[in-house]
Design a protein around this ligand. Structure first.
Ligand SMILES: [Zn+2]
Length: 98
């Protein structure tokens, strides 16, 4: 289940699932703090899209000016590391829990 919102460096983005997003799987609206995710994607694809849009939000806040390919590659890389290193994921979860 996709969370309803995500805090990115102090900015609270609302996450909305949208039935009709022509020609895209998601997008990040920085001015309105809104991330839209296309409905009915396969779970792995949806996860990729959510993290992809969050990385766009981080990129915007940090002014790193990453290119689309860099966002794509970082998303794939991070998800792969998390997927194949479950102890790391648990460590990150515990270490960052409020
Ligand atoms: Zn993108």
């Amino acid at each position: 289940m996709i969370p309803k919102s995500v805090n990115v460096l102090g900015r609270e983005y609302q996450i909305e699932v949208e039935q009709h997003l022509p020609n895209m799987f998601g997008y990040c609206d920085y001015e309105n703090l809104l991330i839209k995710i296309k409905a009915d994607q396969q779970p792995a694809m949806e996860l990729d899209t959510v993290l992809h849009e969050i990385l766009h939000a981080i990129d915007y806040s940090m002014n790193t000016e990453l290119e689309e390919r860099q966002i794509y590659c970082m998303t794939v890389g991070i998800l792969s590391v998390l997927k194949y290193n479950q102890p790391l994921l648990e460590y990150l979860y515990k270490a960052t829990k409020k």
